[in-house]
Design a protein around this ligand. Sequence first.
Ligand code: G1P
Length: 297
Amino acid sequence: MKNKITKAIFPVAGLGTRFLPATKSVPKEIMTLVDRPLIQYAIDEARAAGIKEFVFVTSRGKSALEDYFDHAPELEAALRRSGKDELLEVLKSTNMESGAIAYVRQHRAMGLGHAVSCAKRFIGNEPFAVILPDDVIAAETPCLQQMVEAYAETGGCMVAAMEVPPEKASSYGVLDIKEDMGSIVSVKGMVEKPKAEDAPSNLAVIGRYILTPKVMNNLNKIDKGAGGEIQLTDAIAEEIRQGRDVFGYRFRGQRFDCGSKAGFLQATVAFGLAREDLRHELAAYLDEMVSLRKAAQ
Ligand code: G1P
């Protein structure tokens, strides 16, 4: 029986410069897909996978994120008084139990690996999950839950993986495949943001990880990697070098890169169309836009 995964790290220290000026005063993770902030999707996915403790690695200017998960007594009282029970329930879904959520600051932007290592003391000697809220995954069974189920069979370290067009591989961590077993792939190497000609495959790492505590130790030892930053990919690759198992997991679902404007817009449309209360109006509008564009060509 593998250890249960009950802790997850959410690296949310990034400046979000790609979304300036919005991110001048609003953390990127608070930006909304339909009516819920990006971070809420990540938290819901973690909860569905059985996560009980949530560690946020933050930075200056992220206090809105901390407030978001606080109780809002005045707002709750106002909704109760006016009989808005449905909204009250929606609001309550954002509440976190006291003690379930911890914040740790990354003082300098030194890369994803460094951000994860900042949470070391909260993790202790247990395997843990990492969720990058920029990667939003629409799936019938939430992605991390799929991985927790697969991990129960494999152990080791596991990263979410997805085929990307070869010319895009250099934007990702890329897996060097040892054995391809379908949804699970055993891995013999991992490279962060390789040059197109050096990419070992086009199977890319997507922002969901299940990691052993050894990866934390590796993070303290490895040198700076791609982009002059401490890379999580390198600390996982170190596990392989030391003879331990690392797996890629081809999840079932659609991933949106909400770290890019185009990806965010696509996610907004997809999540809008998935909502019963919005589908009809949004689809009609999209149809109209498409016909107008066609007519103009
Ligand atoms: C990070 C990881 C990379 C991974 C990607 C997935 O990169 O370093 O290995 O493929 O997330 O979104 P970033 O997008 O933060 O540059």
